[in-house]
Every structure is written in C-alpha cells, then in structure tokens.
Ligand binder design. Structure first.
Ligand code: FE2
Length: 344
C-alpha cells in the first residue's frame, strides 16, 4: 500500500493548465483529504456555549428585532472548526437558541429538515405541530418532524428560550432544504399524546390492523424523563451508564429519522466514559453542573450550557453533584447508511 501520494506541484505546468481547461483535477493529491486511513478526520472542533453569555444577547435581540422581522429569533451556535456564521455545530447537526416573548407568535411553516426543541427557560409557551398543541416546560423535548406544520405561541409572562436542533446541514448538503409558509394553526382541543395515548410505558393504542402513525409522540415531558432516569439510577451499579433513548413508542426506532436524542443522568462522584462513537454529538445540560473532557480539551458546564463533540471523540463527563444532560447525535442517520460504529 502506498503512503506517499503524488502532489499537484510535481505535475508539469502545461498539464495542469490543460486539466483546468478540461474542468478536471487529479484525485491522488486530494485523496487522503477525503479518504484518510483508519478513521475520519473531522472539521468539527469541540466547544462549549455558555447560556449566561448567550441569554443577554438573545434578550437584546428581542429589543432589536421584532419576531415579525425575524420569523424565528434565533442565535445559531457556530462550530469553531467552520468559523463565524457556520450554520452547524457538527457536520450534520444545527443548533440555535430561540427567544419568544410574551404574546409573540412565531408564524406557521413547514420544511424538509426535521427539528426538535429542548426548553431551556420560561413558562407559558407552546408549539403546535400539525394541530397538536404541545406545552413547553423546561427540559421538555418537542419534535417538529420534516414536513409537519409548526408554529409557536406564548401565553406566559416572562421570556421563553429553547434550544432548536435540526438536521439542516444534511438537507443543505443534499440541496433539499426549503420551507413553506402557512396560517397559524387552530389547535385540537385535547392534551398532547404524551398525556393521552402514550402516558404509560409499554402501552400503545390498539390499531386493529390499521396503520401506525409515523410520529406518534411529539412531546417528551422532562418530568417523565427525569423520573425514569432516577428509577434507572437506583438500580444501576456504580459506573454503569444511566441513559435513556428517546424513541418512537410504536416501533422503538429513533424518534426522528436522522437525529437521535438520549437523556443521561450523572451521579455524584462518578465519571462517565462512553465509547468513542462514529456519530457526532451535542450535549445540553438540563440540570446540574460538571466538567467534560473532549479529545483532551476540558469544558466546564452548568444548567443551560451546551457543548459539542466531533465524531470518534474520546469523552469523559464528571458532574459536580447530580446532573442531567441530553445528548443530540446523528447515529440514526449513520445506522441507516450502515456505518455507525463504537470503539473502546
Ligand atoms: Fe421550523
């Protein structure tokens, strides 16, 4: 196997000009960029985003730009590996923090990428997804899958801030990203499915041979998640991971086609050392504080903060006390493409 590949510079000038004229270029000088040996060479650089720094900027955006002029009032987390203005936090994951003020409405639209929200601060906001009104309480995960109408409203008194996670970079790469605008939706007069059809784990509505809905559960209340994690933690040995995946309750598959979500509880005095995964990840601190090391870089975080990890990152998490993180990742996409892997 050759390790030394030819360079562009060693080729004669007339040959290089002729290639330019024919709109071709040689693969061999660029081959290792796209096919490195052994594992990928990610552009993504790990980083932490402090909620304390972003919150005042968001509130100022609330004064500077009315929601009608923004449609969605969002500050996007820029991957330092891609630089200022990068619409991605890892190769395939977009994350932004969105502000909605009391009485404001973010108009209805639908788009090809899928999205999920994690509520960071405030009470009284709601998201309507294809007519289903989902209350937004702190820590809740709310899905707006690709192609489904969604608008946001706020009947409370203080600002509401949530984290948006989308598979937007993938759709942009595929030249498949677009949106359509619509009228604000009239919500169905009933609670969301987490309070009706899927209130009890292990039980789903009888379909009597009928089709199962593609996105049966749109809201995963944090209260349910935290209770489930605490039950798991009670019976998990020291050092055993306390982690739950957010899934489609009808199929057990990931709750969105390309993005996966997992809630993790870190217990006092424990260090979690997950395997090195081929998926990239974004971690959001729902509760507590701690420190994580990603490829040797150490990040302190607390409630509201977000940090990222590129593919195959070596990661360690240690909580100061008890802490809860939600991990957003792209393993479902990689599994569908047949290359997801974990290494020790
Ligand atoms: Fe949207």
């Amino acid at each position: 196997m050759s390790t030394q590949l030819g360079t562009l510079e060693e080729l004669p000038t007339d040959y290089r000009e002729a290639m330019d004229g024919a709109r071709v270029s040689p693969l061999w000088p660029m081959m290792r960029n796209v096919l490195p040996h052994g594992q990928p060479n990610p552009v993504t650089k790990p980083a932490v985003w402090s909620f304390d720094k972003i919150r005042p900027l968001l509130l100022r955006a609330g004064e500077l730009t009315p929601v009608e002029r923004a449609e969605r009032r969002v500050l996007v987390l820029n991957d330092p590996g891609r630089g200022k203005g990068a619409m991605q936090v890892t190769s395939s994951i977009y994350v932004g923090l969105q502000l909605l003020l009391p009485g404001e409405k973010a108009p209805a639209h639908k788009h090809t990428p899928s999205a999920a929200r994690i509520v960071v601060e405030g009470e009284g906001a709601f998201t309507i997804v294809d007519g289903e009104k989902c209350a937004m309480e702190r820590g809740d995960l709310i899905l707006t899958p690709g192609g489904m109408w969604h608008d946001h409203g706020h009947g409370g008194t203080g600002p509401v801030i949530w984290l948006d996670a989308l598979d937007l970079p993938l759709f942009v790469f595929l030249e498949g990203s677009y949106a359509e605008e619509g009228e604000l939706q009239a919500p169905r007069n009933r609670p969301d499915a987490s309070q009706v059809e899927y209130k009890q784990a292990g039980l789903v509505p009888s379909r009597n041979g009928g089709e199962r809905p593609r996105y049966p559960l749109l809201r995963f209340p944090w209260k349910h998640t935290e209770t489930a994690l605490r039950s798991l933690a009670e019976h998990a040995g020291h050092g055993e991971p306390v982690e739950l995946d957010y899934v489609n309750p009808e199929t057990g598959d990931s709750c969105l086609p390309t993005l996966g979500f997992a809630a993790m509880m870190l217990r006092r005095g424990e260090t979690a050392r997950p395997p090195r995964r081929s998926s990239s990840g974004v971690f959001h601190a729902v509760e507590g504080a701690g420190r994580s090391t990603v490829n040797g870089e150490s990040f302190s975080w607390k409630r509201g903060d977000t940090f990222s990890a590129p593919v195959f990152a070596k990661i360690e998490h240690t909580a100061d006390g008890e802490a809860f993180l939600i991990r957003i990742h792209d393993a479902p996409l990689q599994q569908k493409l047949g290359f997801y892997e974990e290494r020790a």
